[in-house]
Design a protein around this ligand. Structure first.
Ligand SMILES: Cc1ncc(COP(=O)(O)O)c(C=O)c1O
Length: 493
């Protein structure tokens, strides 16, 4: 356990940073706190036993007028903050898409905070700019994309998709939207984005932000395996053209949020080519699996996309936040976004200025943690972890399949299992049963699952993607699900 040592109260008139010796000592204490936390995170329930308002009411409402000793603050962190977070680093965190902050990723975050640089221009951050270019190219190679793809790092997939769709909008022929905007333009037909009914809400948010509007996002119906139907896509495009609207982009999802289904890329690519539409692939979660050649086969055709997003912070052991946007032609992003005021002009030629590739000017040094993670685990080490998670998911799916009162609700191509209990009763009774089952499982402590609705029915989801997950977590998780279901059956009989 970490120890706190007595120290004098800071001098209220001091200027400058905390004293160097004090910082060094506190940093060692924080190192111990972090290592203890990661070693013992299983001792916490995944969901904290906390009610809304508890954390705020445990803290002073007003800021401290006088400096406080760092050990007092770290003690409060240990007592009030750490136990009251939802523990995303807990191996039982199987809700949504699990994320894991690995040791090397955390070291990268600490070093990046120490440098505190702003990688807006090559001049302001030569090493950060070049390392970002390098790790994006490493990631490109790792997922088997051709060399023309060039990447940069954003905070989230939502922003990566927004940036990609802004580039798609810029390339609508004769539109001059960058210069003239979209308002009051009788010459500009409504632009339309196409995505499957299972696409992530970030695509709708991009449409909101870009002035395209939710009414102009077509949610294309999916087939039995929750994949976008190319025939329905082609039909929707034809209808929009006939009505005088202007199709702008198609978003295909590889690894949808609910079920991790994979839209049929080859057929979608063909439609985009024929219709001259930008193709953006949202592989926020499943893109990481493409580092294993056997999972890449699911994504055949991805190399034909104009842009691809995936989040190393979801399933590649990089701490939040880290989303990579790979584009076939980076000039398309520069054309859409580059706007250089005088004070940001520099004399270097032939360098990348990362501010030219999206909305933001300032930029964190995220590449450092990616670099540490890839070097520390190696590509083979990362592949082994992805494969282990997928194998654990198959094992969990096997338990579900073997139980006569449960069913698998969707195919399991990666590490996410959708399932539900099917006790006797109406579909509505079953929905209520599953909703209560989820609440009971999550109240138990060691596991946190989430839910979705598929074909109108309430479905539980378990995503295995945590670095600290062990093989015996699968039977233990299944035993917990089974126990909660049996107790609930006994209660509802
Ligand atoms: C397929 C997909 N795309 C996009 C997102 C949004 O991710 P982010 O939180 O990085 O914006 C998610 C979130 O889980 C997702 O599942």
């Amino acid at each position: 356990m970490e120890s706190s040592s007595p120290q004098s109260r800071p001098d209220p008139t001091a200027i400058g940073d905390m004293p160097a010796a004090e910082f060094r000592r506190a940093m060692h204490r924080v190192a111990d706190m972090v290592a203890d936390y990661l070693e013992n995170v299983r001792d916490y329930p995944v969901l904290p036993k906390v009610a809304p308002g508890d954390v705020r009411s445990a803290l002073p409402a007003e800021p401290p007028a006088r400096a406080e000793p760092i050990d007092t603050i770290l003690d409060d962190y240990k007592r009030i903050i750490e136990p009251n977070v939802t523990h995303w680093n807990h191996p039982g965190f199987m809700a949504y898409f699990a994320v894991t902050g690995s040791g090397p990723g955390i070291l990268g975050e600490a070093l990046s905070a120490a440098l505190n640089l702003n990688a807006m221009l090559w001049r302001t951050a030569p090493a950060a700019t070049e390392l970002e270019e390098l790790v994006c190219d490493w990631l490109r190679q790792m997922i088997g994309l051709p060399p023309e793809f060039v990447g940069h790092i954003n905070d989230t997939a939502s922003v990566s998709s927004l940036v990609s769709l802004a580039a798609a909008r810029h390339h609508v022929r004769d539109s001059s939207i960058r210069q003239r905007g979209m308002a009051g333009r009788p010459d500009l037909p409504p632009l339309v984005i196409y995505a499957s009914e299972h696409a992530h809400s970030s695509i709708g948010k991009a449409a909101i932000t870009l002035g395209i509007g939710l009414d102009n996002v077509r949610h294309i119906p999916a087939d039995d395996a929750f994949r976008m139907r190319p025939d329905a896509l082609a039909e929707a495009i034809a209808q929009d053209r006939a009505a005088g609207r202007m199709p702008m982009a198609v978003v295909a999802t590889v690894g949808t949020t609910s079920t991790t289904s994979i839209d049929p890329l080859p057929a979608i690519v063909e439609i985009c080519r024929r219709e001259n539409l930008w193709l953006h692939v949202d592989a926020a979660y499943a893109g990481s699996a493409a580092i294993c050649p056997e999972y890449r086969a699911w994504m055949d055709g991805i190399e034909q996309a104009d842009s691809i997003v995936f989040n190393p912070h979801k399933w590649l052991c990089v701490p939040v936040d880290c989303s990579i946007l790979l584009v076939r032609d980076p000039k398309q992003l520069r054309d859409a976004f580059s706007l250089v005021p005088e004070y940001l002009r520099t004399s270097e030629t032939g360098v990348t200025n990362l501010m030219d590739y999206g909305v933001q000017l300032g930029r964190r040094f995220r590449a450092l943690k990616v670099w540490l993670v890839i070097r520390t685990f190696g590509v083979q080490g990362l592949q082994a972890r992805i494969r282990a998670h997928c194998a654990m998911a198959q094992e969990l799916a096997g338990h579900v399949k073997n139980a006569s009162d449960f069913e698998i609700s969707a195919p399991v191509p990666f590490s996410t299992v959708c399932f539900r209990a099917v006790p006797a009763g109406s579909p509505e009774d079953q929905d209520r049963f599953n909703e209560q089952l989820l609440a009971d499982i999550n109240a138990a402590g060691p596991v946190f699952l989430s839910h979705t609705r598929l074909r109108g029915r309430y479905v539980l989801r378990a995503c295995i993607g945590n670095l600290r997950a062990r093989p015996d977590d699968v039977p233990e998780t299944w035993n917990l699900i089974r126990r909660c279901a049996d107790r609930l059956l006994a209660r509802t009989d």
